[in-house]
Design a binder for this molecule. Structure first.
Ligand code: MN
Length: 228
């Protein structure tokens, strides 16, 4: 059997110290998962149930790649995030076992057309145009759990042109990584290749053409993205 058009190429992320790459299946993102960010977005962070949105797998962008300023926005925002890479099929897991399904961790940037996202939010519409656009998911190389263990207490920071904009710690996640994996596994069959962008701390803001965004999580490779 053939295809009427060429099958799409497989999106993938580099893996630290390993030649093979991580084929990306789906990109899940957690909304408002740091209290101070929920407040800056005008919401009460008192552990509303976790909620999710998705990006297409081909939105993923390699470390160092130039990202074109996207169309239909005048308010492109960065969101520095810890990314969880799933390595095993996972259905209805529990808090104690959830981390067994994690293959590794990476640093990501959940690029957001904030104007479109907030307009959709006000109208009760989906966030796809604000979140799931082309090139919207830069991701640095994955570090495996064998290499770095589990990332539970680590500084997360973001700079634009060298100026610090976000500076927090992943131990401030409202919904921890085991809780997010457990909850997502009740909603979806998680599969190897799935990425989870776990949410951004406070300090989100706009970028313009020419800006260089750098995101770091202690213990992982920094992610650098230039907006062109
Ligand atoms: Mn985000």
């Amino acid at each position: 059997m053939g295809f009427v058009f060429n099958a799409p190429s497989v999106s993938s992320v580099a893996i630290h110290g390993i030649e093979d790459r991580f084929a990306v299946r789906r990109i899940f993102c957690v909304g408002r998962n740091y209290a101070a960010h929920a407040r800056e977005m005008g919401r009460d962070p008192d552990r509303e149930p976790p909620f999710y949105f998705m990006k297409p797998s081909d939105a993923v962008m390699d470390n160092g790649a130039d990202v074109p300023y996207p169309p239909q926005t005048s308010n492109l925002h960065y969101e520095g995030e810890l990314v969880v890479a799933i390595g095993k099929k996972c259905i209805d897991t529990n808090i104690d076992d959830a981390l067994d399904y994690v293959y590794g961790y990476a640093v990501g940037n959940d690029l957001t057309r904030r104007d479109l996202q907030l307009d959709a939010r006000e109208k009760g519409r989906p966030w796809d145009t604000g979140k799931g656009f082309d090139h919207s998911a830069p991701c640095a190389e994955i570090h495996t759990v064998d290499q770095v263990g589990h990332i539970e207490n680590a500084r997360i920071w973001l700079t634009v042109n060298g100026e610090t904009k976000q500076d927090s710690n992943v131990n401030k996640l409202i919904w921890s990584i085991p809780e997010v994996v457990t909850n997502l596994s009740t909603l979806f069959t998680l599969m190897p290749g799935d990425l989870i962008y776990t949410g951004t701390p406070e300090g989100v803001g706009p970028v313009v053409k020419g800006d260089v965004i750098r995101v770091g999580v202690d213990g992982l490779t920094d992610l650098e993205t230039k907006i062109v």
